[in-house]
Design a binder for this molecule. Structure first.
Ligand code: EPU
Length: 425
């Protein structure tokens, strides 16, 4: 079993470069299969979610080449093969294969998606959208069957603002006959990124990034070249890390507008954030004050940074209340942080964290991706050697993280340890 071992307390200094956005990547790759000729996507993060999607596209006959973060997807020989099991279960975003395959072939069979366990994560709004476009949708033995004779544009009002549903409906609607209007659409930068790729493939999409998206269906889509946006959640993670244990850290390859809510919260806490065009510099932080955080849809404070932010709160003077309105059960890291001496508890949809506390090393479990990011930061702060288990969650979303942190001076290594079961084998 691989684990991360971190000897905490080393101050971090230097430059860290942000990779391409995971949550864009996982939608751009399925989007590419809608084309009739090769699509090239540059700047992809080297993370397991990207490789799993590559495997899924290959399973259905796509030819994929990936080199130095640039992926070329040749969709000319893709067939409408059912994907009820296997790789689809490894990540949440395999649900984008539903929209993409429905849009391309008018039918698809996709196993219900896996991904991080953050409490209930329904996909009813995706299904409502597919049905509005004319598909019959059935759940049979854990796989979703989507069938349509033809897809027709429709007006779809999303009952909850959902990134996944907005993108999935766009994927299914770009080749539907007539006009689709998505109302109460999500406005995340990843949606604009996917709409940009689809538009460059020949789709007709207006309003991506606002809460009303209008799509005029087209008959065919063609190949193109696209460069992905930088990952705003990775950016925010590094900003939090730099505020926690940095002696001057530059975060490079950033779109500062995408992390404005994080910048504002950090400043409210007492962190100096110097914003450049494509870089953010965080000098050594002297004193942190407790602040309350409420996660909201974009451009609000992202749910994906609530868990790492909680670690910073352990270093701040006073009690912070972190409320997650998107995933009210996204607090599995709190128990792990308590093992490390943090003073935190969960009440309803909030975590209450009181500081400042000196964190102490422990053996902890990355229960999900962003809990893992939180534990990485905690391990960097803690005295002693922290061991993080279940690191495959972290590697789903943070590419090359060990190298990146070592370059800042962190004492972190990925090592193999024997588990009780591997000893008995
Ligand atoms: N929701 C529904 N019905 C639906 C869809 C969503 O009730 O049909 C609810 C969800 O339960 C949640 C809220 O709506 O309470 C928002 O969910 P959304 O659909 O926006 O989330 P998602 O598309 O499944 C993406 C990211 C998540 C990120 C959320 C929120 C991907 C692959 N995942 O999930 O990323 O937390 O948006 O911004 O894009 C992560 O990166 O660690 C991660 C979990």
């Amino acid at each position: 079993m691989d684990v991360y071992k971190i000897k905490g307390g080393k101050r971090l200094q230097g430059t860290i470069r942000v990779s391409g956005a995971k949550n864009s990547a996982v939608a751009l790759i399925p989007a590419a299969i809608l084309a009739d000729s090769p699509v090239t996507i540059a700047g992809l993060p080297e993370i397991s979610d990207v490789y799993t999607l590559q495997a899924l596209v290959e399973e259905i006959g796509g030819k994929v080449e990936m080199k130095d973060g640039t992926m070329t997807i040749d969709p000319t020989e893709i067939i409408s093969m059912p994907l009820p099991n296997g790789n689809v279960k490894k990540l949440r975003a395999s649900y984008y294969m539903m929209g993409a395959m429905l849009g391309k072939f008018k039918h698809a069979v996709i196993g219900l998606p896996g991904g991080c366990h953050l409490g209930p994560r329904p996909i009813d709004q995706h299904i409502k959208g597919f049905e509005a476009l004319g598909a019959k949708v059935e759940n049979e033995h854990g796989a979703i069957y989507l069938r349509a004779d033809e897809l027709y544009g429709a007006k779809i009002y999303l009952d909850v603002v959902s990134v996944g549903a907005t993108i999935n409906i766009m994927l299914a609607a770009v080749k539907a006959k007539g006009k689709t209007i998505i109302e109460n659409a999500a406005k995340e930068p990843e949606i604009i990124d996917v709409a940009t790729l689809l538009s460059n493939m020949g789709a007709n999409i207006k309003g991506a990034g606002t809460n009303v998206i209008r799509i005029e269906g087209v008959e065919t889509l063609h190949g193109t070249k696209h460069t992905i946006i930088p990952d705003r959640i990775e950016t925010g993670t590094h900003m939090i890390m730099a505020a926690a244990i940095g002696d001057g850290v530059t975060i490079d390859n950033v779109i500062p507008l995408h992390v404005e809510a994080v910048t504002a919260k950090l400043r409210e806490m007492g962190v100096k954030v110097e914003v450049g065009e494509e870089q953010i510099f965080i000098p050594k932080t002297e004193k942190l004050h407790a602040v309350d955080v409420k996660t909201l849809v974009y451009p609000g404070f992202p749910t994906d940074l609530q868990q790492p932010f909680g670690v910073l709160s352990t270093q701040a003077e006073g009690s912070s209340i972190l409320t997650d309105t998107i995933y009210p059960a996204r607090f599995k890291q709190i128990d792990e942080l308590r093992r490390m001496n943090a003073d935190g508890r969960v009440e309803g949809r909030s975590a209450i964290i009181t500081g400042p506390t000196e964190l102490q090393a422990a053996t902890v479990e990355a229960t999900d991706l962003r809990a893992g990011a939180a534990l990485l930061i905690a391990g960097l702060l803690a005295s002693g050697e922290t061991e993080i288990h279940e690191i495959e969650h972290i590697e789903r979303g943070y590419g090359d993280i060990i190298n990146k942190l070592q370059n800042l001076g962190a004492d972190i290594n990925k090592v193999k340890v024997l588990t009780p079961s591997s000893i008995s084998e």
